[in-house]
Design a binder for this molecule. Sequence first.
Ligand SMILES: Nc1nc2c(ncn2[C@@H]2O[C@H](COP(=O)(O)OP(=O)(O)OP(=O)(O)O)[C@@H](O)[C@H]2O)c(=O)[nH]1
Ligand SMILES: [Mg+2]
Length: 461
Amino acid sequence: MDYEKDTIAAISTPLGEGGIGIIRISGDDAFRIADKIFVPRKIKPGEMKPRTLYLGDIIDPETKDTIDEVLVVKYKAPHTYTREDMVEINSHGGFTVQSRILEVVLSCGARMAQPGEFTKRAFLNGRIDLSQAEAVIDVIRAKTERALKVAMDQLRGGLSNRIGELRQDLIKVLAHIEASIDFPEDDIPGLDSATIAMEVKDLREKLEEILRKSKAGKIVREGLSTVILGRPNVGKSSLLNSLLREKRAIVTDIPGTTRDIIEEYINIKGIPVKIIDTAGIRETLDEVEKIGVKKALEYLEKAELVLLMFDASEELKKEDLDIVELVKDKFVILVVNKVDLPEKIDMEKLEKTFPERKIIRISALKEEGIEELKEAIFQAVTKEIGSLDEGVMVTRARHSQAIQKAVDALKRAEGALKESIPMEVVAMEVREALEFLGEITGDNVGEDVIKAIFENFCIGK
Ligand SMILES: Nc1nc2c(ncn2[C@@H]2O[C@H](COP(=O)(O)OP(=O)(O)OP(=O)(O)O)[C@@H](O)[C@H]2O)c(=O)[nH]1
Ligand SMILES: [Mg+2]
């Protein structure tokens, strides 16, 4: 794949006040631009050695005004992030100063980089493959240490290597199939369809094993989407606050307090859990509250776990029971709140209404039972997705979809072998499986996929 090898630049540190800010330039013109705007203290601009940090001033080449005192380093291709010539300007970290420096860099002929364009060039120039490029943004966005570990493993090529091995094995099987097509008469050992079928099955199972763990991978990367649901005033926002240990959501004794969705991440033993506080579910005439209830139901739809809350100090109401239908297909933990007050709730009836759902008793106000609830969430997750620790982990839907398609192709190959359909068909399916796996590393992807991946990056990475 080719791209315009023009020179790009961007502010790579977050905009705002900071000790330093970094402006990056990449491309054939990077050094020329640096020499035009940077005046080192002790040497002439052209004499800068690569990989050495120089103190000096950034000058506006038009007005000769000094913009900032900076440190500048040149990196010579191909040993750089993008495999192109690169320059990094370490300026003071401030919106105006960094914007001014970027302005003069652009005025000297660089183009503003698009989101993820530096990493995209690293991919297009073959320094990293596509799954490693995706891992770059996963490292930046990792929400827990565990998520970071998985992303780092992928960045170092863990997933690419595993997929590469499996592709090599598939190529061997394909060679066997093709040999059996070319020499159908010779009874060469290992080229009979029974042996080939076994080889295909073995590879299919290995791919399925990776798929099994992809659910865990997705949760580690994106977080477990967990909705707190219940009628008004049961203490949903109080629970969010005590899970976060801060007064994030407004809590009052007026039913219908929460209207907007509030989302925050908590870390439960390395699993990022996205806690979503919602408006209490009830029929209401209040226009704003109505929208809140609608939003709550939309988030419920997408939720992977529901913390369904009840008030222990009141009897079960119609509004509590109306929720049964809504959550019947969902993964639910029942949370009985306000156990510090005299109990009025009919626990037996609750158990009967929601059979086989775990019940945790808490007081969000007194912060009691919160650890038990966290443990219950952890147990529920690990039961659902298995251990989080072993082997290569697939974290993206794009990857698991590609593996799934490869598995399906191999299943078709197995079917064809069983029914003695010509070997050419088997070969075609195996070749398809190979191509699907190639989507993961980017050996075989369309421009649109690549575009979609890098669009999600930040500018300057
Ligand atoms: N005694 C007691 N009061 C609680 C407890 N949890 C919440 N409350 C009180 O119950 C009232 C409602 O709490 P919220 O957290 O606002 O309830 P909510 O479910 O978010 O309510 P809506 O946003 O209106 O749906 C407040 O007065 C809280 O202080 C608890 O564990 N014990
Ligand atoms: Mg609330």
